[in-house]
Design a protein around this ligand. Structure first.
Ligand SMILES: Nc1ncnc2c1ncn2[C@@H]1O[C@H](COP(=O)(O)OP(=O)(O)OP(=O)(O)O)[C@@H](O)[C@H]1O
Length: 892
């Protein structure tokens, strides 16, 4: 609003100044006309209307021009003689034809003098509007100038042809204007200055008249005192005028500014050379300014175009970015899905997961061989002896941890795997790599570690405790720890104070009562992280460590920390699993490690066992039928983890230094090979309450049968037609006497028993407890249960003596229980087999996730022609412990 009002104000000022200027020029023209033809009968400062009306008949104009240039209008149309006084502006106009002739003749004459002319139509009343008199005034002032020049010429004999603006002319003509006695200091001034001042004063007075006439808002007293020739008032007005002119300079065009400035200078009489220069500079600047304004407006225009173009571009870009972000989101989604699917496939195939960890470089004198570490598990090494182009080697793992990765970050990636121990999976994590590459750092942490640098061993066990506490209400867990080392091909217990000579453990390749490969190793219960920490510390103290040229604290043995987990849920189900945390001794080149004597022997053992590990990995990756587990204690102990049903993770450790490049490459190749080993889906070692009960019943039945046999051999002899020599010999832990004939006893009594009479040659065939499988609905998708058991003739015999009815009843109950579970759990159709299908004796990893054992007959069970059979589960089956089996440690 303010801007608008200020613009309106300045416009108003401008119009007012223009009006003043026009009035001023009319005044000059009137004054001059009067000086030539005498009084016109109008006021000294006539209004526009008054001025035009006065000149409309053309008579004055013709007389004026005839006076200046006699004979210019030879025939002037005279009007009836009217006293000049009565020739007023508002007198009735003459008929048009009367004055038209005069005006036309006047204009012709003016044209002849090459002076500015005007249109005759301006005298028509209808056309009279603001500013219409300006051209007439110009013409009259032109005549005035012409006259002055003519007079000058006549006086000086020279005549300047140059025409100047009427406004300039008028100022020049001030010397010849009538004299007004208004100067106060005329005595001290030159006649020229006096003239100028007089003129000035007269102008000011005229202006004052003009302002009064125009009823400008000026003090009446001031104006009347000016009219009366008061010098002070004149000065005051002059000041006002000059400031007004200054103001005008800011608004007017350069042309009008020039006029005003000239006028002002001439009026003020202060024009000097410096003023002129300044004025020139000012004009130049003004010109520049106007150019700049034009430039600005064109630039604004361009800018507006660019802006709109930019906005269009921006919109298009927005659309494109949106499209791209949608595509990117889709891409990321697909990548994540792919990764998940890949992991799922890996899990299903049971591939050994391989993480690579690069330790920080400790030496600066060798080149760093790590070229690139990808988020997706890719790793590029650069051979320090080859160029950038040929020396690149790419490896792909499940994950690569760079030198700056912390222990916590490494653990975070391992945690889900470790946690699955508490769900019943066996897990094995082992650290492999060249000596000094950081295996012990990853597994145990640095010696004297602060809490944040603790290794996976500690973090894992700590996490298991946390988990067991969280699940307290649902599952009751018990945790036990074993810690052993393999030193120079001997397994030593690290949690015992026994001397080195007595401290030798035997590995049971066929897992013992509690599924322990090392049943003789000390197994201690742990209830808190502090317990674990103490045990680990004492274990570390007992571990064989010595200093080599490559590592000050080099592990000279493979250490295996095993956490056994036993859980019982509220429904009576059980979980049995174990977590192996293996810190292998580092492979080393003896020339580099500079070991001798005992150290050299240690290094040879280490390298040999690692080479055996390599052989096993190679055989597994090539899916060979024979896997050389027995070639070393290490592979024998890790058999189940490497080729069994555990979830296995390997940390391949490498050093970034260039001088270890050879070892680094061989470690990575080994790790790459390990990652191709498919173990099959890991198996859940979880048993439901029903299965537990079944197992218990089977156990008690077996015991009853055994007792029965022991109590009444005579009875059996009576019933058995064979001679004692023909009778089968007893078999340990199972049924030690086989009756002459076997009978197939269906648990559900669906199948009628076979002929009670045994075939004549039955005595020579294995016929003790014989199981024949038919896969029924499984309690879990991958579980196959044989629900038919052919009970040996001993049972039939027992039935015969009337005491086996209880046993039969029990078997029936077992059948019902199994069927009961069948109803709850969906059936896996592809595992349903014909009832007559033969028993598949090869244990399948997918047979049972719940740990339900398919009962099988070992082909090896019939030895020395003795009829006996051993109930064999699959590899990880929880077979009932032998009656006479003793062990140092027992599950509670
Ligand atoms: N990621 C790491 N960050 C910091 N220091 C590390 C890292 N990895 C290893 N180190 C340091 O490097 C040195 C050698 O590591 P470490 O003893 O764990 O190697 P190693 O592979 O177990 O050797 P060896 O097979 O001879 O026992 C130690 O001083 C260890 O603290």
């Amino acid at each position: 609003m303010e801007a608008i009002s200020s613009t309106a104000g300045s416009d108003f000022n401008l119009a007012s100044r223009k009006a003043q200027e026009a009035a001023w020029r009319r005044f000059q023209a009137t004054e001059w006309l009067e000086s030539v033809v005498g009084t016109l009968g109008i006021s000294k400062q006539p209004s526009e209307k008054e001025f035009i009306s006065c000149l409309r008949n053309g008579l004055i104009l013709c007389n004026v021009i005839n006076k200046i240039q006699p004979g210019s209008v030879p025939k002037v149309v005279e009007i009836s003689r009217i006293p000049s006084q009565s020739l007023t502006w508002d007198s009735q106009p003459l008929p048009a034809y009367q004055f038209f002739e005069n005006v036309r003749n006047f204009l012709k004459a003016v044209e002849g003098l090459r002076l500015p002319v005007f249109e005759a139509s301006v005298f028509e009343r209808d056309n009279m509007d603001a500013g219409s008199s300006s051209k007439i005034v110009d013409c009259i002032l032109g005549l005035k100038e012409y006259n002055e020049r003519k007079q000058n010429k006549e006086r000086n004999g020279s005549f300047k042809n140059s025409l100047r603006s009427p406004l300039v002319l008028q100022s020049n003509g001030r010397n010849s204007s009538r004299q007004l006695d208004m100067s106060a200091n005329s005595e001290n001034q030159t006649p020229k200055q006096n003239d100028a001042h007089k003129l000035e004063d007269s102008i000011v007075k005229a202006l004052a008249d003009c302002v009064i006439g125009a009823k400008e808002n000026l003090d009446d007293n001031l104006l009347s005192s000016i009219r009366n020739g008061n010098t002070e008032s004149i000065k005051l007005l002059r000041k006002m005028l000059s400031s007004t002119l200054d103001e005008q300079l800011q608004y007017k065009s350069p042309e009008s500014n020039t006029v005003n400035s000239d006028l002002f200078k001439e009026v003020s009489g202060t024009s000097t050379n410096s003023d002129c220069n300044r004025w020139k500079v000012f004009r130049a600047q003004e010109k520049k300014l106007s150019n700049l304004k034009a430039l600005l407006s064109s630039t604004k225009e361009e800018f507006r175009d660019l802006q709109s173009q930019f906005q269009n571009d921006l919109k298009q870009m927005e659309c494109r970015v949106e499209e791209l972000s949608t595509a990117a989101q889709g891409y990321h989604k697909v990548v994540t899905e792919n990764r998940n699917l890949y992991n799922m496939v890996q899990d299903l195939k049971g591939n050994i997961r391989v993480y690579c960890r690069i330790r920080p470089a400790f030496r600066t004198d060798t080149k760093n061989v790590i070229d690139f570490i990808g988020e997706d598990g890719s790793l590029v090494l650069l051979d320090p002896l080859k160029g950038y182009k040929d020396g690149k080697k790419l490896f792909q793992f499940n994950r690569v941890f760079g030198p700056t990765t912390t222990q916590a970050e490494v653990f975070a990636d391992t945690q889900p795997l470790i946690r699955s121990v508490m769900d019943g999976y066996n897990v094995c994590i082992f650290a492999y790599g060249q000596t000094g590459s950081g295996k012990t750092h990853t597994m145990c942490g640095p010696s004297g570690a602060s809490q944040k640098d603790l290794g996976i061993n500690y973090l894992a066990l700590n996490d298991l405790f946390d988990l067991s506490n969280t699940r307290k209400g649902v599952v009751k867990y018990e945790l036990f720890v074993q810690m052993v080392e393999i030193y120079n091909e001997q397994v030593r217990d690290l949690l015992t104070a026994d001397s080195a000579s007595t401290n030798k453990l035997e590995i049971r390749s066929c897992t013992s009562e509690n599924g322990l490969s090392l049943p003789d190793a000390t197994m201690l219960p742990v209830k808190s992280t502090a317990d674990v920490l103490n045990l680990m510390k004492s274990g570390q103290v007992n571990r064989a460590v010595s200093s080599t040229a490559l590592n000050q604290q080099s592990s000279r043995s493979h250490s295996i920390l095993t956490m056994h987990v036993y859980g019982k849920d509220v429904n009576g189900g059980t979980i049995r699993s174990c977590l192996h945390l293996v810190d292998l001794a580092g492979s080393e080149r003896v020339d580099k490690s500079e070991v001798t004597g005992e150290g050299l022997k240690e290094a040879q053992y280490i390298n040999k066992s690692l080479s055996c590990l390599g052989d096993v990995i190679t055989a597994l990756s090539q899916k060979n039928s024979f896997i050389p587990y027995r070639n070393s204690k290490l592979t024998l102990l890790l058999q189940n983890s490497l080729g069994g049903n555990a979830k296995t993770l390997m940390f391949a450790h490498i050093s970034p230094e260039g001088d270890s490049f050879g070892e680094t490459i061989s470690t990575l190749k080994f790790a790459q090979r390990a990652s191709t080993v498919e173990l099959g889906a890991a198996r859940l070692n979880k048993e439901s309450r029903e299965v537990m009960e079944l197992k218990e019943q089977v156990e008690s039945l077996k015991r009853q049968l055994a007792n029965k046999e022991a109590q009444s051999p005579q009875q059996l002899n009576k019933l058995d037609p064979r001679s004692p020599l023909q009778r089968p010999k007893p078999v340990a832990m199972t049924i030690d006497r086989t009756p002459p004939r076997s009978r197939r006893l269906s648990i559900e009594n669906k199948c009628p028993p076979k002929s009670p009479v045994a075939p004549p040659n039955s005595a020579s065939k294995p016929r003790t407890l014989k199981t024949e499988g038919r896969l029924l609905k499984t309690p879990e998708p991958q579980v196959a249960i044989r629900n038919e058991i052919i009970i040996s003739s001993e049972i039939r015999t027992s039935t015969a003596n009337g005491k086996s009815s209880h046993i039969r009843k029990s078997f029936r109950t077992i059948g019902k229980l199994i069927n009961g579970s069948e109803k709850r759990i969906p059936q896996k159709t592809n595992e349903i087999r014909s009832p007559t299908a033969p028993v598949i004796s090869k244990p399948s990893r997918r047979n049972s996730l719940t740990g339900i054992q398919p009962l099988e007959i070992s082909r090896r069970s019939s030895l020395e022609g003795v009829d006996h059979c051993v109930i064999v589960g699959n590899r990880n089956a929880r077979t009932p412990p032998p009656v006479n089996c003793s062990s140092k440690t027992k599950w509670n």
